[in-house]
Design a protein. Structure first.
Length: 222
């Protein structure tokens, strides 16, 4: 009994509490230390930024009507997933993290919400990566350019979902999913930047545009 009270007192002071590892890796330390407060504040802040970006994007796409209908639908789906993620995070934070005494990470509710949150992340990441790949394809107009990024995104998404069901391999699979996703986004970003530079070079040669004219063109394209 005394030991339990001491542990509770330590938790209330904001120190790290040694608890059992959750079934979803990488999440024990942030939710059992002082960083849990800036973590949720940062997520809510970026959600506020995404509201502004989504509003402007939706307004722009609606004006274009049928020309960008697929992009508008994907944007709405992505924003819906972002909203669901914030709701899950807020519920989890107040019902599991701040609860006194703290809920054990072995609790089924704890892991159920973490699994739901990570599943939302995997789907949202696939959609956002799809936006990048679509932009890259529009610039290059060559399907072969995006084969590798598409395969990496599919691989990352598949590994992410498999990690939810294979508990004993969760750490390794989750790390693989993050690394593969980062590689996909980095590769498609570099390809897009290269395509913009190559296009701007051809435009400059054809129309003898100045450097600042090219810069305005690139900014407009982005």
């Amino acid at each position: 009994m005394t030991s339990s009270l001491n542990s509770l007192e330590t938790f209330s002071r904001g120190a790290v509490v040694t608890i059992s590892k959750p079934l979803i890796p990488f999440l024990e330390a942030p939710w059992s230390s002082r960083s849990r407060y800036p973590a949720i504040l940062l997520e809510i802040f970026f959600y506020g930024v995404s509201i502004v970006l989504f509003g402007w994007t939706a307004f722009t796409l609606i004006r274009q009507r049928a020309a960008r209908r697929a992009v508008l639908v994907a944007s709405c789906l992505l924003f819906t997933l972002e909203t669901a993620d914030v709701i899950l995070t807020t519920y989890f934070f107040f019902n599991f993290v701040l609860k006194v005494p703290p809920v054990s990470s072995k609790d089924d509710g704890w892991n159920r919400f973490l699994e739901a949150k990570f599943a939302v992340y995997v789907v949202a990441n696939a959609i956002s990566s799809g936006f990048l790949i679509g932009r890259c394809h529009e610039i290059w107009q060559n399907a072969r350019i995006i084969v590798a990024p598409v395969l990496l995104v599919l691989c990352s998404t598949g590994i992410g979902f498999v990690s939810l069901s294979v508990r004993h391999m969760g750490d390794k699979l989750l790390a693989s999913a993050f690394i593969t996703s980062a590689a996909a986004n980095l590769s498609v970003t570099l390809l897009t930047a290269t395509g913009i530079l190559w296009t701007s070079r051809k435009v400059r040669i054809a129309f003898e545009m100045s450097f600042f004219g090219i810069l305005d063109y690139i900014l407009s394209l982005l």
